[in-house]
Design a protein around this ligand. Structure first.
Ligand code: SAH
Ligand code: SF4
Length: 394
């Protein structure tokens, strides 16, 4: 391991209750935590289980934010709840809609930090790409998020809150009594926004458990994909404690190149990563591991790379998702040509693996993979650039 490899996770998660003595947010609590919280604020223990069930449904099944609307609770109890608690989700600061229908939200969380959330509508499904951290402690050289200095973990509330916020915007909370609509606008979740989800494991896990709870948002674990850059020790836990699908930011076929592109490789190299992936339980073929591979012109896109990749993943039920590099202001790489990407895809396909080429979505609003970065941070960067151009910053 290289001593200065940027692989630490010395970031903090802000406490649920901010010091000013504000109300406690009930969003993001597990059922057990919700029970304890209610009891601690006067709900009789005997009633707690039932109250948890009722409040849970109002929050996660019906999308209610106001205790006054929880009509199966006594009026006095509702007032009581309102005194101590709130149901809060991240605040939407701005929303951009791409010409292709992709929606990018900038949301504000406690401390004034901002994260981006992207909704991608597709034929028959809609995917929400959510963030797990503000920025990222890792510094993958092709990723815009990795250039952001500021990092903090999101709380479970802030993670599941992104899903609730999107359901608000899509107007997708069911109406009590109305027939169930099976075609969901928001049908899939990918943890592919800002941050390394496995460096914020507990909060990501709790948030996904809430999203999967059958008495709430009720997303199947097969509709949730967690993308990791390769935090090897947490991969087995992901299977055990979350049970969602896994995607891995592979991006290179030799340690030499992967060390440069995905620096966490200096801590857990390709061999260690593959070993963890071989052990990841897969029950059906639809639960294959997704190998994400960003196509960088002249860096990792040769025929030899494709052949090596096929050799490396041998024996792992896998699909290879080829991501044409999305450029961002100042990015050090360029995108491989379409011909190159197709030739690469073909070698993998011939070897028996699905090798879809991802269509960049929302490029006009910088919503594509690896382009996410908060507006505040962008503003800071561009001011620096402006200063440099003006000769203020030699
Ligand atoms: N931190 C996690 C999840 C977020 S990144 C991870 O790295 O897996 C989601 C995907 O987008 C990753 O595969 C990442 O490598 C890829 N990505 C990052 N920057 C990109 C860019 N500029 N162009 C294309 N893909 C990029
Ligand atoms: Fe972090 Fe993933 Fe970007 Fe790497 S690719 S810097 S792990 S968000």
């Amino acid at each position: 391991m290289t001593a200065n490899a940027p692989i630490t996770q010395d970031v903090l998660t802000l406490p649920r209750k901010l010091p000013e003595g504000g109300k406690i947010n009930l969003v993001g609590l597990t059922r057990d935590q919700l029970r304890e919280t209610l009891i601690a604020h006067g709900t009789p223990e005997k009633q707690a289980k039932m109250r948890v069930g009722q409040i849970w449904q109002w929050i996660y099944q019906w999308g209610k934010r106001d205790f006054a609307e929880m009509t199966n609770l006594a009026k006095a109890y509702r007032a009581d709840l309102d005194e101590h608690f709130e149901i809060a989700t991240p605040e939407v600061m701005s929303k951009q809609v791409s010409t292709d229908g992709t929606r990018k939200y900038l949301v504000r969380i406690a401390g004034g930090h901002e994260v981006e959330v992207v909704y991608i509508p597709e034929e028959g499904r809609g995917t929400l790409c959510i963030s797990s951290q503000v920025g990222c402690t890792l510094t993958c050289s092709f990723c815009h998020t990795g250039t952001q200095k500021l990092v903090r973990n999101l709380t479970a509330a802030e993670i599941v809150g992104q899903i609730m916020m999107a359901r608000d915007d899509l107007d997708e909370w069911p109406v009590p009594g109305a027939p169930k609509d099976e075609t969901r606008l928001l049908s899939n979740i990918v943890l592919m926004g800002m941050g390394e989800p496995l460096y914020n494991f507990e909060n990501v896990r709790d948030a996904m458990k809430i999203a999967m709870d059958p008495e709430g948002i009720s997303l199947s674990r097969r509709r949730i994909t967690l993308s990791t850059s390769g935090v090897v020790p947490e991969i087995a836990r992901t299977a055990e404690e979350i049970g969602c699908l896994l995607a891995v930011s592979f991006h290179a076929t030799t340690d030499e190149v992967r060390d440069k592109l995905v620096p966490i490789n200096k801590r857990w190299n390709i061999e260690a990563l593959l070993e963890a992936l071989r052990a990841y339980p897969r029950l059906t073929n639809s639960e294959r591991i997704t190998f994400e591979y960003v196509m960088l012109n002249g860096v990792n896109d040769s025929d030899e790379d494709a052949h090596r990749l096929v050799e490396l993943i041998k024996g792992i039920p896998a699909k290879v998702n080829l991501i044409p590099f999305n450029e961002w202001p100042g990015s050090p790489y360029t995108r491989s040509s379409n011909n190159r990407i197709h030739a690469f895809a073909n070698i993998i396909y011939q070897a028996g693996y699905a090798s879809p080429i991802r269509t960049p979505r929302g490029e006009d609003i910088l919503a594509a993979c690896g382009q996410l970065k908060s507006a505040t941070e962008r503003a800071r960067k561009s001011r620096k650039q402006i200063e440099a151009e003006a000769g203020l910053n030699p």
